[in-house]
Ligand binder design. Structure first.
Ligand SMILES: [Zn+2]
Length: 106
């Protein structure tokens, strides 16, 4: 969406990612306004949540989808690390190490 800075009249755009991140932040923090910073004068232009929501129909679903993907990516990364570790450790050492690791965390 395009905005005009109310201080210096510069036109600038908010990307869909920015809008979605802003809506997510407002949702989490219970805010009703978002400060869009002008690229030229750096001043904050206050935008109502309502306006951002209208600019991104279906944002709630999009946000959920993004969070799901982020969670999956984390899981996949953890699984990949575990696979690498397991494939390089001899079984006996692994048995010993997992016991030692368990002791560290208990
Ligand atoms: Zn400005």
């Amino acid at each position: 969406m395009n905005l005009r800075c109310s201080y210096c009249q510069t036109m600038f755009a908010l990307s869909r990612e920015t809008i979605l991140a802003a809506l997510g932040q407002m949702e989490v923090e219970g805010l009703h306004h978002y400060d869009a910073h002008c690229p030229r004068c750096r001043r904050a232009n206050s935008m109502s949540r309502d306006r951002l929501e209208k600019a991104y129909p279906g944002w709630r679903e999009a946000l959920k989808e993004m969070q799901k993907q982020a969670a999956n990516a984390e899981k996949e990364q953890a699984a990949a690390v575990a696979t690498v570790v397991l494939s390089f450790l001899p079984m006996a050492f692994f048995a010993w190490a997992s016991g030692a690791v368990l002791k560290l965390f208990t």
